[in-house]
Design a protein around this ligand. Structure first.
Ligand code: FES
Length: 98
């Protein structure tokens, strides 16, 4: 399997941003809720919503960048990035507060 040296390269190329994660507008919580856990969010990397949710819930991933490094989601065409970012945002919001 090929490795992706820069998982944010696709979105950087699309938006021409120096900080691509900041350029991604997360999908709404309502839109993200339409993904069942087994629904594929990123077809390029074959990553489903449950995998993203579990990585955030476990504390393994704390940002879109973390998810991209861990799963490669969003590292292809970049079309899924709003949904990946939205799911990350929703799950972080659901974490118990200290
Ligand atoms: S669908 Fe996720 S990078 Fe293409």
């Amino acid at each position: 399997m090929d490795t992706i040296a820069d998982p944010l390269a696709a979105i950087r190329n699309l938006v021409g941003a120096d900080e691509p994660e900041a350029a991604v507008v997360p999908a709404s919580a309502e839109d993200c809720a339409t993904f069942d856990d087994d629904a594929i969010v990123c077809t390029c990397a074959n990553v489903n919503a449950g995998e993203i949710r579990n990585l955030v819930r476990s504390g393994t991933c704390n940002s879109l960048d973390d998810i991209q490094v861990k799963t490669r989601a969003g590292g292809g065409c970049g079309a899924c990035l709003p949904f990946v970012a939205g799911i990350v945002q929703v799950e972080i919001g659901l974490r118990p507060q200290d």
